[in-house]
Design a protein around this ligand. Structure first.
Ligand SMILES: [Zn+2]
Length: 470
């Protein structure tokens, strides 16, 4: 019997190592590797626009040209447009993830059963030895999975920008996938709480951002440690980091208030004026009612990652309380080291069921409301609602089609309920980002799945040998 390591080695030998470095892709991949933005019309689908004025359109069409939604309605005239049959399909805006450490997808489901192998020690140990290639392969695997699962916008919270090359490798994976993204520059794993993130590198990347934005598809943000990480950070660390990011106009994101030990942390940020519309707070599980009011008043959106929050033992997400307090809420994958996968429909189902369970009320969280959190509210919390999150003329064309033709989605009953309760990544038939068809007939159109998975396997195995980790 081969153990797992020997097995992976034999696979690597069969498929041919070494891996193609990301730099080769960078130099040799023309932008045209992504499909062109054509003219399309999705025909006769059940269209959920997530726009109050347009509502749902049974038997509806969506007309897309050069990346823009031209029209949404019934029996649209679109001569010359390529037609995609939408019968027994639900068409909706692409799903929006609001915080995801895409690089560590290379460590999928690796978090162990004892403290030394928990999420934090594990991701720190591996994070420290990751090369730019490893970052690329991890982020590319995540990007491919996101697209496959119907996620069209991600917030890649890249808290392992060890060098400019590491940062560029991670961004390159998003560019090649064609995802819409906020890419947030974050401190390298293992950086002591007493040391400041290299803000000169943040400023340099910000200055050069036009080279990385993929015609505006990817914007830059700053992944901040906040005032507290493993310990309370010194003021001379957290203040300049925050102030430089804000001066550059970068949206800021920080994990604040996870677990019992974190009580009062949001109040501490509020007291120092370190919240705001441009400051996303992740988890916020320790938030008291007064702190929720502070978040609402400041306009700080909260990113809730129900799967990882429960898996790591933080407790049950407080989506109902946050919404009731007027806080903007988006849903997030966070990481697949703990969550295993990036099934955003599954996350929506969790949010709703936890809410109903906690309130002992079958009707507490409607499917429509949770669907808003996964689309338009996610877009609002990233400041992207002018472009995506709903289907209406003039918005960018980030659209997905979910099939109800498969065994686990028939009978076509209540579409919003089907999406939240029954949809899986495999149910996603078509994914369109900025007018480019990136998944069609259940298959990714421009990414080679076998290659992406085997490259990631090889990258992980080489890294594990270097690390001498379990
Ligand atoms: Zn996180």
């Amino acid at each position: 019997m081969l153990n797992r390591r020997q097995f992976l080695k034999s696979i690597a030998a069969l498929t041919g190592t070494p891996l193609t470095p990301w730099r080769a892709f960078a130099a040799g991949t023309p932008a045209s590797a992504l499909p062109a933005r054509g003219e399309l019309v999705l025909r006769n689908a059940y269209v959920i626009t997530m726009e109050p004025r347009l509502g749902d359109i049974p038997g509806g069409d969506v007309h897309i040209k050069n990346g823009v939604i031209l029209a949404v309605g019934k029996g649209l005239k679109a001569p010359g447009a390529e037609a995609i049959d939408g019968q027994r399909m639900i068409v909706l805006p692409g799903l929006v993830d609001t915080h995801w450490h895409m690089w560590n997808t290379l460590l999928r489901s690796l978090a162990g059963e004892k403290a030394s192998q928990g999420y934090f020690p594990l991701t720190t140990a591996y994070g420290k030895i990751m090369t730019p290639d490893d970052m690329y392969h991890g982020a590319r695997l995540a990007a491919a999975e996101g697209l496959y699962s119907g996620i069209t916008t991600v917030h890649d919270f890249c808290h392992n920008a060890r060098s400019r090359a590491h940062a560029e490798a991670d961004i390159r994976a998003l560019q090649e996938a064609g995802l819409r993204a906020r890419w947030s520059y974050g401190w390298p794993q293992g950086l002591p709480d007493t040391e400041i993130t290299k803000m000169a590198d943040v400023e340099a990347l910000h200055r050069d951002w036009a080279n990385f934005s993929s015609e505006g598809l990817i914007s830059m943000g700053f992944a901040w440690r906040g005032m507290f990480r493993n310990t309370a950070l010194p003021r001379q660390v957290y203040r300049p980091e925050f102030e430089i990011a804000r001066r550059l106009g970068l949206p800021i994101s920080a994990h604040v208030g996870s677990g019992e030990a974190a009580k009062g942390q949001i109040a501490a940020h509020a007291k120092e004026n370190l919240l705001g519309k441009d400051v996303q707070v992740v988890h916020a599980l320790s938030a008291s009612p007064a702190e929720m009011e502070m978040l609402a008043k400041a306009g700080s959106p909260v990113s809730v990652s129900p799967d990882t929050e429960m898996r790591i033992g933080y407790g049950f997400p407080k989506v109902g309380e946050l919404l009731a307090a007027g806080v903007r809420v988006g849903i997030s994958v966070d990481n697949t080291v703990l969550a295993g996968d990036a099934n955003l429909f599954g996350l929506l189902k969790m949010v709703r069921n936890i809410e109903n369970a906690r309130s002992h009320d079958e009707f507490k969280m409607p499917a429509r409301r949770v669907l808003e959190l996964g689309t338009i509210e996610g877009a609002r919390s990233l400041g992207m609602e002018d472009r995506v999150g709903s289907l209406k003329p003039g918005k960018r064309a980030d659209v997905i089609m979910v099939s109800t033709r498969q065994l686990t989605m028939g009978v076509f009953t209540e579409p919003a309920h089907l999406l939240v309760e029954a949809a899986e990544p495999e149910s996603v038939d078509t994914v369109i980002v900025d007018g480019r068809v990136l998944k069609r007939g259940g298959r990714l159109t421009s990414l080679a799945v076998d290659r992406i998975v085997s490259d990631a396997e090889g990258s992980f195995e080489a890294m594990r040998n270097r690390a001498d980790q379990p």
